[in-house]
Design a protein around this ligand. Structure first.
Ligand SMILES: C[S@@+](CC[C@H](N)C(=O)[O-])C[C@H]1O[C@@H](n2cnc3c(N)ncnc32)[C@H](O)[C@@H]1O
Length: 458
């Protein structure tokens, strides 16, 4: 990554990256939100600096476990005893030295020292940072334990995933698939967008993007999806984005939403509407006629949903703040269809949000299934007989997926599985396996890991 000249008023990518990593460590907001806010605040940031900022933040989060392993071995102090800023500066430096070919190691060490001094850290801290990073540049890296000696530790360090997750996946998938999954999670995912069918279609959008200097190609499965291959300007500043012609959405999510049969004019209850990624897709399927009660517990997400839906030209959705694990404000049998886009462990979207590796712990996992079941149980009475309920998660954990569906069906005999293959374009039908579970995965399909199932009420 080359250095670029920039206006003296604008902070550089490394300083912004340090701010974001430090704030994320304090758990102020998600890395994604912090990045988006920084890019909004510094719109004038030159293109290469923006690219470097994204690379540094996502790269450090992606490789954090591996970086810490090497840092711990060349540091005289345990990493947990370091000043938090010193630790983040070291991670940034180590990432550039070990994982980026285009930054000369000397420049990375120099920048780390400058950052330490610029943040007012004592000279001893700057000296320590300098010494640690110099040892890394000297190339005396300790070896990663061989696979045979300790498969969990070896894969955890090689692919920078927490050991508990590697152990879990090894037990479930075996060595080859686990290795493929870990590697796929570390690859930069495609920039996938969904055309807003209320305003355009994929082919028309592709031509419009070309006029805006963006090379895009149709997705493999989703007819509304395009992958952005080459851009000359920040995507969210493109006129086609501002005009509401598209939004970012993984192809797995696009396919999962299609499973819900909808007819224009229908009344829909959406639980876990978030920022409206699926709401706008459902609205397009309704031809924006009918009603979507878009429910979420978080007011701030629904505020963003409103902004997004206004841009996309969706009028049929009505946001509502509510806790969907409790009784819902809907009349019995009032909804023609229900989507439960469940809060989950999010282990299927690590490739897009590498911070999940450090955020979710094994102990967190047990809390999700009861919450997911409570949401399904709260939504069930709202659905009219003959209606369909679509359940979606972005995790590969069976306990949050098929086990939740089975437990729900056991307690609600008036429901049965009714996932309909024909809702998907032919090449995507193999993503549904008997008895009706839709699954995608990074290692097999180059998609985020989504799970979905459709239930019919008798
Ligand atoms: C998978 S995310 C939603 C993603 C969104 N539908 C999209 O497509 O962009 C799950 C959502 O559930 C919401 N949520 C979590 N617990 C909830 C609860 N008890 N009641 C209602 N919503 C909840 C979260 O705020 C989050 O927005």
């Amino acid at each position: 990554m080359k250095h670029t000249t920039r206006s003296p008023k604008l902070p550089g990518a490394r300083d912004l990256a340090l701010d974001i990593l430090a704030a994320a460590r304090r758990r102020e907001r998600s890395v994604e939100d912090l990045l988006a806010a920084a890019l909004r605040r510094h719109r004038g940031l030159p293109r290469l600096e923006r690219a470097l900022l994204l690379e540094l933040v996502q790269g450090v989060k992606r490789w954090e476990i591996r970086l810490d392993y090497f840092l711990a071995r060349v540091s005289d102090l345990p990493l947990r005893k370091l000043h938090p800023l010193v630790h983040q500066i070291l991670r940034l430096g180590a990432y550039q030295i070990l994982m980026l070919d285009k930054v000369p190691a000397r420049a990375a060490v120099h920048e780390a020292g400058r950052q330490a001094r610029g943040r007012g850290l004592p000279a001893a801290h700057a000296g320590f940072i300098n010494a640690v990073l110099r040892r890394l540049t000297a190339g005396e890296l300790p070896p990663i334990p061989p696979l045979k000696a300790d498969p969990v530790q070896s894969l955890s360090l090689e692919h920078s995933h927490p050991a508990w997750l590697v152990r879990r996946w090894l037990e479930r998938y075996g060595l080859e698939q686990t290795r493929a999954l870990l590697a796929a999670n570390n690859r930069i995912p495609p920039l996938t967008i969904r055309a807003n069918l209320l305003k355009t279609d994929a082919a028309t959008l592709q031509a419009r993007l070309a006029r805006e200097g963006v090379e895009a190609a149709p997705c493999r499965f989703s007819p509304e999806g395009l992958n952005l291959l080459a851009l000359t300007s920040p995507p969210l500043e493109l006129p086609s984005y501002r005009d509401g012609l598209w939004l970012f959405q993984d192809e797995g999510a696009q396919l999962a939403s299609r499973l819900l049969p909808l007819t224009p004019g229908a009344r829909l209850l959406e639980i876990g509407a978030g920022r409206g990624g699926k709401t706008s897709h459902l609205a397009a399927a309704l031809g924006d006629r009918g009603l979507i009660l878009a429910l979420d517990r978080h007011f701030r997400r629904l505020k963003e949903l409103k902004i997004n839906l206004a841009r996309l030209g969706v009028r049929a959705a009505q946001p509502l703040v509510a806790d969907a694990t409790a009784a819902l404000p809907c009349k019995s049998g009032a909804a023609d269809a229900v989507l439960v886009d469940a809060p989950c462990s999010s282990l299927g979207i690590i490739r897009r949000h590498p911070e999940i590796k450090g955020r979710v712990t094994e102990a967190d996992l047990a809390a999700f299934p009861p919450r997911q079941l409570a949401m399904l149980a709260a939504a069930a009475p709202c659905l009219r007989p003959g209606g369909r309920l679509l359940y979606i998660t972005c995790t590969s954990e069976p306990a949050e997926n098929e086990a939740v569906i089975r437990a729900f069906l056991a307690a609600h005999p008036e429901f049965h599985l009714a996932t309909d293959l024909s809702r998907l374009p032919a090449p995507a039908r193999s993503l549904i396996e008997p008895p009706g579970f839709f699954r995608t995965s990074p290692e097999e399909h180059d998609l985020d890991a989504f799970f979905a199932a459709v239930l019919a009420k008798e």
